[in-house]
Design a protein around this ligand. Structure first.
Ligand code: FES
Ligand code: FES
Length: 184
């Protein structure tokens, strides 16, 4: 039996219809049961703003907002999000007008390679909606699921706390951050 005959006999994997609102646009898909939300966004929709870092729920690069709540899109299946309202980094700006958090990231030089940035932005928006962080230390703690391999944390914290209206120096006046690259 040749490979061609074998392939012809392999049954196609079952797919399931789902309907998801992504950045304000209702979209329909047929997906296999194992497709993650992250792969749906990146591989099928070419929405590559959301990053794949670890693919294991450990880095936060894939963070998106589902119903306003931040989640790791690598850890959820697309079929589980049927009927949900999803916002990715591509949906944060209002046309040419950046989201205040995006502008704050630029103002504070809060990224270097930028790979973690989409996840940091979505996570920070989720954080603000949760209303649990009231101090700079709590911002750091509740953003700790978002890893930045470039080490831009001080600038990220400065950007997030500025948008939240927290005094960045409040928790640690003796250690002001100095924007710039991380020494090799
Ligand atoms: S890619 Fe999802 S947490 Fe790292
Ligand atoms: S800016 Fe490079 S990983 Fe965060």
């Amino acid at each position: 039996m040749d490979a061609h005959t074998n392939a012809a006999r392999t049954p196609a994997a079952a797919t399931y219809p789902i309907s998801i609102r992504i950045n304000g646009e209702q979209r329909q898909f047929e997906v296999e049961a194992w497709v993650t939300l992250l792969d749906l966004l990146r591989e099928r929709l070419s929405m590559t703003g959301t990053k794949k870092g670890c693919d294991h729920g450990q880095c936060g690069a894939c963070t998106v907002l589902v119903g306003g709540k931040r989640i790791n899109s690598c850890l959820t299946l697309a079929v589980m999000q049927n009927g949900k309202d999803i916002v990715t980094v591509e949906g944060l700006a209002d046309g040419d007008r950046l989201h205040p958090l995006q502008q704050a990231f630029i103002d504070h030089d809060a990224f270097q390679c930028g790979y973690c940035t989409p996840g940091q932005l979505c996570s920070a928006i989720g954080l603000m909606k949760e209303g649990e962080a009231r101090t700079v230390a709590e911002v750091r703690e509740l953003m700790s699921g978002n890893v930045c391999r470039c080490g831009a944390y001080p600038q990220i914290v400065a950007a997030v706390t500025q948008v939240m209206g927290l005094a960045e120096h409040k928790d640690n006046p003796d250690r002001p951050y100095i924007p710039g690259t991380v020494p090799a």
